[in-house]
Every structure is written in structure tokens, then in C-alpha cells.
Design a binder for this molecule. Structure first.
Ligand code: SF4
Length: 233
């Protein structure tokens, strides 16, 4: 089996797996091309910067210091069975396994359910706006299939909505949260869009980006539908 391609590492974080001290591995490759991607250097499959075996040795030294290892990207599941096998090895050290995913690979996720303990799943926009935002016509349907796969496990998860005002309006946010509420999703995070590499003519102003967070009526309407709503400003 080919080695996984790791393009980045955060050695210590308290915010990437709920309630657990963790490290994050950023895997190379992603099938989407989101307009706001903050990791464009990770998008194309290729050689990872980090040797997976050296990372594994490093992880062995983190046993009893960290509680979870989060696989992020790019899209970690693009590396298919190679990443599942690596997750299995990491989990055998005693870590919980977290996965940040755009949901593009529901069949791979289904094969990974026994090794992944928690996921953060992106719900990026309404179905109509997904292709413009991600450059992929089937990304929405795949993400919904991934949501179905994960909900059947009964394991914990969070659905994340990044409010880029170019692709998400307040009414879109209501529509998305209604879909999630109807599906009995309990934990969501609404994230502020932060520009990274956009050209000046694509940039949104601060007021546009803050509109979701400065609207008490919107917040209360959404908060009332879920057990937990994190507003990440
Ligand atoms: S899914 Fe994530 S890594 Fe992939 S293009 Fe979108 S923002 Fe970037």
C-alpha cells in the first residue's frame, strides 16, 4: 500500500477535537477548489513534506501527552485506504481519531467508521451554490451522503458552515440550518469567513462578513434549533 502524503502538522491544539488535547495532520490533495481555501498549497496530490514513518515515531512520543490526532487537509479521505490504514495504526497507540472532512467521499467514510471517533463535516452552502463555491457539481450530494453515513454510526460530530457572504446569505443560512435541524443534527458551528489569498476585487468588507454574527434575531432563531451552536468569530 502506498504511503500517505502529509503536507503539514500542528503539534498541539485545544480547538480541533472537542474537549481533547490533540495534534493535527494536514494531508495533501483535495477534489474541491473552494473560493476561500486557506490551504491552496495542499490541494494537488503530490509528495508530502513529512515522512509518515517519522511522524508515526513522533506520535509514539506523544502517547499520554495528547488525547487525539485529527486528520485534516486538503481532504484526508482522498488518500483512501492508505489513510484509513494509517489512522488504524495511530489509533492502536491509544489516541482518539478525529477527521475534518468536506464529505466528498462517503464510500471511503463508510469504510473508516470503525477507526474514526469524531468528525467535523463542512456544509458549505445551499445545493444551488455548491458548484460555484467548490468547483464540483456533485459535492453537495456527496456531502449529504457522508452526513447520512456518519449519522448512522451514532458517533459524535459537528457540522460546520463557513459564512462567506459571496456564497452564503442570511436566508441561505436559515435554509441550511433548517435542513440540519430536520435531520436531527445536534451540534453545529457557524464560522466567520476570513479572507486569505483572494484578490482585491474578490474581497468582501468587514460589515458583510460580520452580518451573521451581529444579528441577534438570526442567532437566536438558529440557536433555538440545536443542542449546541458555536459561533466562531
Ligand atoms: S475543501 Fe477545504 S481544502 Fe479543499 S478546497 Fe475547500 S477549503 Fe480548500
Amino acid at each position: 500500500m502506498r504511503e500517505i502524503q502529509i503536507g503539514g502538522l500542528v503539534p498541539f491544539t485545544t480547538i480541533d477535537y472537542p474537549g481533547k488535547l490533540s495534534a493535527v495532520l494536514f494531508l495533501v490533495g483535495c477534489p474541491l477548489r473552494c473560493a476561500y481555501c486557506s490551504n491552496p498549497h495542499l490541494l494537488c496530490p503530490g509528495d508530502g513534506e513529512y515522512d509518515p514513518e517519522r511522524i508515526f515515531e513522533w506520535l509514539k512520543n506523544r502517547v499520554n501527552r495528547l488525547e487525539a490526532i485529527v486528520f485534516s487537509g486538503g481532504e484526508a479521505l482522498m488518500q483512501s485506504d492508505a489513510v484509513i490504514e494509517y489512522m488504524r495504526r495511530v489509533r492502536s497507540l491509544g489516541f482518539k481519531i478525529g477527521l475534518h472532512t468536506n464529505g466528498f467521499y462517503p464510500d471511503t467514510l463508510a469504510r473508516a467508521v470503525d477507526v474514526v471517533d469524531w468528525i467535523g463535516l463542512d456544509f458549505k452552502a445551499t445545493r444551488a451554490k455548491y458548484p460555484d463555491l467548490t468547483g464540483q457539481g456533485i459535492a453537495y450530494d456527496n456531502m449529504i451522503r457522508s452526513l447520512d453515513v456518519w449519522q448512522q454510526t451514532g458517533k459524535e460530530f459537528e457540522v460546520r458552515i463557513t459564512c462567506d457572504p459571496r456564497f452564503v446569505s442570511k436566508s441561505d443560512l436559515i435554509e441550511i440550518t433548517e435542513i440540519l435541524s430536520t435531520r436531527n443534527v445536534q451540534n453545529i458551528a457557524i464560522q466567520k469567513y476570513i479572507p486569505h489569498f483572494e484578490s482585491d476585487d474578490c474581497k468582501t468588507d468587514v460589515a458583510q462578513r460580520n452580518q451573521f454574527f451581529n444579528d441577534p434575531e438570526l442567532r437566536s432563531q438558529i440557536n433555538s434549533k440545536f443542542q449546541s451552536v458555536i459561533w466562531r468569530e
